[in-house]
Write a protein that binds this ligand. Structure first.
Ligand code: GDP
Ligand code: MG
Length: 375
């Protein structure tokens, strides 16, 4: 394993390369240069020798700079095409997030849920007269926040679901602050509008108090009346989302190596690991070499998330089930396509090593060599 170069060691520790090399000479280690790699033990010894109080968290490697390059690569204006918005449902439990998604895609997951609680992150792409929208339904906004905390911001638009009989509840308020922190546009679905005796004004007032002034009251937030069980307001909700998407001109470059996020994954017995990914840029293809968190592999098969039918490629904003990882990647792990399986394996191994070696010294200064993990 090659956790870090002398260059990144010196950068992280804030001492000159000359001083690092000089110290190594004194320690009897010759024949090294700025690009020589230190393993964690060597880095630790060296830090101790130089009386540097540092925490050797993870490795900055050639491979990681490869990942950084992929993350930072700018797509030329000509290469960009419009992509589907990725829409996440947020809101208080039982207000109808899963039911809305069920209605929109024409299935019924709610019925089958244990205790009516969503257990999995679902993601589907729907097609409305040739215009696509990708929907994500999460078990709770913890999943949304957790992914954001890990730098995996998959959401373009948040649909805040508020049940008309219940109004703004504690989890609704939390969802509002999460969506605001994510700086994504918010559309309100005022759901269960079919119920008797709902007081719309009360809810619009609550929303206003939480900083979401409805457009009908002169604010910026579209409030769409919906009923997931009766199918009311569904077209309007879709149209509103598509309008927000048009205004924001979400775009991506389909002609590059894919990158994106793992939503969830599972070890499926003999069939191996199945990972639900969402492509954020580029196009993912069967046969691609892929690395995601601590796992890597070659895409052996892909299926669409709705019918589980085989697909050969998945472009920007497409959710897809991927087979071929050596182990299950974590929810929120970013994935990258590389040109070389050896590199993918090295990156996965380095990361595995780094996560098992975390916090090596009881140090005061926290220095991470792994710029990627800080993203
Ligand atoms: P989630 O926890 O936000 O995903 O909520 P669910 O979609 O699981 O819905 C919770 C309950 O509310 C279920 O029993 C649904 O059938 C019911 N429900 C959802 N939408 C509506 C609606 O528009 N009207 C009525 N009357 N019930 C609804
Ligand atoms: Mg649900």
């Amino acid at each position: 394993e090659l956790p870090c170069s002398i260059r990144s060691f010196s950068e992280a520790a804030g001492v000159s390369v000359g001083k690092v090399l000089g110290t190594m000479m004194q320690m009897g280690i010759g024949g090294v240069n700025i690009n020589s790699q230190l393993d964690l033990e060597a880095a630790e010894t060296l830090a101790a020798e130089m009386e540097l109080s540092i925490e050797l968290k993870a490795a900055e490697t050639l491979e990681n700079s490869l990942i950084n390059e992929l993350e930072e690569r700018e797509d030329s204006a000509e290469s960009l095409i419009a992509r589907a918005p990725v829409v996440t449902f947020l809101g208080h439990v039982d207000h109808g997030k899963t039911s809305l998604l069920d209605y929109l895609i024409g299935i019924n997951v709610v019925k089958g849920e244990a205790g009516g609680i969503t257990q999995h992150i679902r993601a589907y792409e729907i097609d409305k007269d040739g215009r696509k929208v990708t929907f994500v339904d999460t078990p709770g906004h913890e999943a949304f926040t957790e992914m954001r905390a890990r730098g995996a911001n998959v959401t373009d638009i948040a649909v805040l679901v508020v049940a008309a009989d219940d109004g703004v509840m504690p989890q609704t308020a939390e969802a509002i602050s999460h969506a605001k922190a994510a700086e994504v546009p918010i559309v309100v679905a005022l759901n269960k509008i079919d119920l008797e005796g709902v007081d719309e004004n009360r809810i619009l007032t609550q929303l206003t108090e939480h900083g979401l002034t409805p457009s009908e009251w002169g604010g910026e937030v579209e409030v769409v009346r919906t009923s997931a069980t009766k199918g009311i307001g569904m077209d309007e909700l879709l149209e509103t989302l598509l309008t927000v998407a048009e205004l924001n001109e979400y775009s991506a470059n389909p002609d590059r190596e894919a990158l994106g996020v793992c939503l969830e994954s599972a070890q499926e017995g003999d069939r191996g690991v199945s990972a639900k990914l969402i492509v954020q840029n580029g196009t993912l293809r069967v046969g691609d070499v892929i690395v995601c968190g601590n796992s890597y592999g070659r895409v052996r098969a892909m299926t669409d998330t709705l019918n589980n039918k085989p697909i050969a490629e998945a472009g920007p904003s497409t959710p897809v089930n991927v087979m071929g990882f050596d182990e299950a990647p974590g929810a929120g792990d970013r994935f990258h396509v590389l040109d070389d399986i050896t590199k993918a394996r090295e990156i996965a191994e380095t990361r595995t090593h780094a996560s098992s070696q975390e916090s090596l010294s009881g140090s005061t200064t926290k220095i991470s060599f792994d710029t990627f993990q800080e993203r």
